[in-house]
Design a protein around this ligand. Structure first.
Ligand SMILES: Nc1ncnc2c1ncn2[C@@H]1O[C@H](COP(=O)(O)OP(=O)(O)OP(=O)(O)O)[C@@H](O)[C@H]1O
Length: 283
């Protein structure tokens, strides 16, 4: 179990995160917030690349900074900018990373074969990565983060640059990896985590806004989401969420405190909730 206890991070006088407390147990956690909200700052503290200005982060009750190498031994990390050698094949790259991580050679060989199978790259394991798509590179990145069979897997914006098919494949992979470990992934793309995250963590105004199941978060907007018929214009006190083409024309999806005339009630989804929560922020 990983717990963040009253963590504040300041860069000089600027407070990026303030008094964050969170507990992570096995499962997938989606860290969802607009760009600049502090996701990377939190992730860098969870990976010991940055230190909290105040507060502590504990793994099973032990301070992760004091655990030092022991903590890094149970951590797998895919940073936002994942550095790889494009003239290397996935197998060669993973062997190289295994040496850096001190994984014993025989164990590494077996593990690399298993991981390449897991991320569906066995067939191209000896091909140079310079020919790979963004999704294939991300899968190599996940494989390197899994080399030590981590109890805690942290992925920073792992779906950036993936096409829709690669996103689906990625979601399935994460789901399969999450059974006996904590997976924390940050994104500002709601659909990437809506179906796989057991808990969604949102940060707003530098503070923890919520950590809850997608269903509970969506319930915040129950009775407030409506579809307006073709030709309607949202009133000033209504928040336009999205547009949808229907047989009768363009339907507008809105959030409103009171049901507008002629509107049809709709079930809130996570995207509605995200847009509603961050309505006054730059998203
Ligand atoms: N080294 C730094 N010095 C000063 N301010 C910083 C530093 N790193 C980040 N910040 C600021 O802290 C805030 C949070 O940044 P952070 O990168 O954690 O956000 P994010 O949610 O990960 O966004 P993105 O997805 O764009 O990376 C931003 O306002 C950013 O400008």
């Amino acid at each position: 179990m990983l717990s963040v206890e009253h963590v504040t991070k300041r860069y000089g006088k600027f407070t990026a995160l303030e008094d964050i407390s969170l507990t992570f147990e096995n499962g997938v956690y989606g860290l969802l917030a607009p760009n600049g909200a502090g996701k990377t700052t939190l992730i860098k503290m969870l990976t010991t690349l940055l230190f909290p200005t105040e507060g502590k982060i504990l793994w099973k009750g032990r301070d992760i900074l004091e655990m030092d190498g022991d903590y890094r031994g149970l951590l797998g990390y895919l940073p936002q900018e994942f550095g790889y050698y494009k003239n290397y094949s996935p197998r060669k790259f993973l062997r190289y990373m295994a040496v850096l991580q001190g994984v014993e050679r025989k164990t590494a060989e077996e593990r690399i074969d298993e991981l390449l199978e897991l991320v569906s790259l066995s067939e191209v394991k000896d091909k140079k990565m310079k020919q790979f798509s963004g999704g294939m590179i991300q899968r190599v990145g996940i494989a390197q983060a899994m080399l030590n069979d981590p109890k805690l897997l942290i992925l920073d914006e792992p779906t950036a640059g993936l096409d829709p098919k690669e996103r689906v494949r990625f979601r399935n992979l994460i789901h399969n990896l999450s059974h006996d470990r904590i997976v924390i992934l940050s994104t500002h793309i709601v659909s990437d985590i809506e179906t796989i995250a057991s808990q969604i963590v949102m940060i707003r105004d530098h503070r923890l806004y919520c950590c809850d199941t997608p269903a509970h978060i969506c319930a915040l907007l129950r009775g407030k989401i409506f579809e307006l018929p073709e030709g309607s214009v949202p009133a000033e006190d209504q928040l336009l969420l999205s547009e949808r083409q229907s047989e009768s024309g363009t339907c507008l999806r809105i959030a409103a405190e009171t049901p507008p005339a002629g509107a049809v009630k709709a079930d809130p989804n996570l995207e509605d909730t995200f847009l509603y929560i961050y309505r006054d922020d730059r998203v």
